[in-house]
Write a protein that binds this ligand. Sequence first.
Ligand code: KIV
Length: 272
Amino acid sequence: MADDSSKKPVTALNTLDLLAMKQRGEKISCLTAYDASFSAMIEQAGIDVILVGDSLGMVIQGHDSTLPVSLSDMVYHTRCVANARQRALIIADLPFMTYPTPLEAAQSAARLIREGGAQVVKLEGARLDCVEFLTSRGISVCGHLGLLPQSINQLGRYSVQGKSIPEAENILHDALALERAGISLLVLECVPADLGRNISRQLKVPVIGIGAGIDCDGQVLVIYDMLNIGTRKYAKFSKDFLTDAGSIAGALADFHLAVKEKRFPTLEQSYS
Ligand code: KIV
């Protein structure tokens, strides 16, 4: 066991700090984590945000989608991550069908915050009713647009969204509506880089991209993807940081710096 007696107290980030980062043009780094060990290493690398994503259904539990993940799974993994939290803001996903109504969204969010230790909850789609209900009760919400993994059975496959002009206009329209409803952050997944740029410029709140181009206000990757752990088909928008760095700590530090210095993603990891 490592000795943690040298731990210095640090000030934890909140959503206003992330807003200030966007306003001064500083990129926001974010990785997913599902346990205390990765959470601690992410903290050591100085990464700004930890997303406890329902992607855990695929990378931890071995399902072929995020749909089987339960609220109790999310609470458990969020608590594991929060136990090693020092500075990073923790966002936790509301899993599939845990926010069918605003009231159920509030009950689910309360568990992620109270039992899990999350600061922000994330939900997929233009659920303005839930966002308004939660934010008017003091809960910070992160939106999620573009590719919506919880809608995989409607989408048919995990693919780039917003390629046609009407689709792109719909996503922009939803992003602006979510901002008006009160979100503090937006995750934008798998959209053309031009759309990522346009939405990031039009929104006041920070936009964290995954496969949404270099011009988003921040970047998020699934930690198992950027370490190339597992047998998942490699996504175009991801990058293997471990092979170059040679250690997990090095890979996390390189990712953080590459985001801050606007060296990740490149055109190679972007959609047109
Ligand atoms: O669940 C997750 O990890 C996510 C990211 C892919 C953005 O929502």
